[in-house]
Ligand binder design. Sequence first.
Ligand code: G3P
Length: 218
Amino acid sequence: MEIFLDSANRKEVTRLKNFPFVVGITTNPSLISQEKVKIEELINLTRKNNLKIFIQTLGKDREDIYKEGLKYFSLYPEGVVLKIPFSSEGLKVIPVLKKENIPIAITSIFSLSQIIVSLPLQPEYVIPYIDRIGRSGGDGIRIVREAKEIITREKLATKILSASFRSVKQVEEAVLAGSDAITIPMKVLKDIMLNPLSEKAIKDFKTDWLSMNEKEHI
Ligand code: G3P
């Protein structure tokens, strides 16, 4: 199971050393423009912290997508994964980019059929948007489950990287449905890490121990 942070925030990326189970970040043009950060700066930050980074192309036609792909990959070949939004131009350029050994993630996935037509291109990842699918009346968890069924049946290497989460419950359901990887925003990561019941249990253990022992710990 690969876990990524869905963020382009410099501070959050730097703080990832506190979360050793997070292996990289996923970005998109909205997150990057929100943070007013240069892609090159983000790439340097992830390289410095030995993290993977997913960078999304903005190009509309295959020439532009191709050029973007080569440029981003050349900046950090050992850590960049190229996110290509699902479109006919995007799908057309994938075989060419794969010849350059550029790892590909097909993103902006909202339906099972989009995954079905993407799989023959052997992308490293497909990225369904769980919360956005739910907000549009769809069932993202069902799409993950059924996509996993097809990928397993066809013995394919493509990984399902589930994205677009607002709650811990969505994350749990997406993993149970068969996601091979998840990308979560810092707010959801904090909700997972700061469990009040765990906090209380730890406090009670300490209180009980100190009630019988002077020393802080064994
Ligand atoms: O990059 C895809 C993912 O970030 C979308 O998530 O949270 O904007 O719905 P969200």
